[in-house]
Design a protein around this ligand. Structure first.
Ligand code: FES
Length: 202
């Protein structure tokens, strides 16, 4: 499991763009005035979207002020959830699942590929600053293990060779085709359907 790293390079200030401020206000209004704290997750998502996919400490302070809650309340949410990045991530952000089903199907080989081609330490940018990677807990695609997520797409049924091809592509700023590297449809059996044969779309 990865330990959440906090960037040592922190911007001094943060504030929402006009558009995101409008969205933030809309989120806050969904809750009673004395329960504004419930909007923390939504606001942190907006911060991350605005700030190149990571959350600086100044933004945590900003969100706390906006919601009228303590800094630590926002900080503990930002540090708890793995989908929040507290260090800058690459344009291509690789998340390798290392929970048990992926691990027993070879996830360690995927992390070795990431270490070799992207950076030895997770959460560090590649030399050309275009990629970064991290280990994460189950991403819900266990039946197609081992797998990894790059930005919003899943890459499944991987081994060290398919993972290497994918990583090499993103390192030269090309996005590979997502899905199963064994070309299986969704999570159907590798050799095709064995049941419900009479149904076309099953
Ligand atoms: S264990 Fe890897 S996706 Fe579930």
């Amino acid at each position: 499991m990865s330990i959440k790293k906090i960037s040592t390079q922190q911007p001094q200030t943060f504030e929402f763009s006009k558009e995101n401020f409008f969205h933030a206000e809309k989120e806050i209004k969904k809750y009673p005035k004395n329960k504004k704290v419930s909007a923390i997750l939504a606001l942190l998502f907006l911060v991350q979207k605005q700030n190149d996919n990571w959350i600086p400490l100044a933004a945590i302070k900003y969100v706390a002020k906006l919601l009228d809650v303590s800094y630590i309340q926002v900080y503990e949410v930002a540090t708890f959830y793995s989908m929040f990045n507290l260090t800058p991530v690459g344009k291509y952000f690789v998340q390798v699942c290392t929970t048990t089903p992926c691990m027993i199907r070879g996830a360690k080989k995927l992390t070795d590929v990431c270490k070799k081609y992207i950076s030895n330490d997770q959460n560090e940018l590649s030399k050309n600053k275009i990629c970064s990677w991290t280990e994460v807990e189950c991403l819900g695609a266990c039946v197609n293990a081992p797998m990894m997520q790059i930005n919003n797409d899943y890459f499944e049924d991987l081994d060290e060779h398919s993972a290497e091809k994918i990583i090499k592509k993103i390192l030269v700023d090309e996005f590979p085709s997502p899905g199963s590297s064994k070309n299986r449809k969704s999570n159907a059996p590798e050799k095709g359907k064995t049941t419900l044969l009479e149904l076309k779309n099953a």
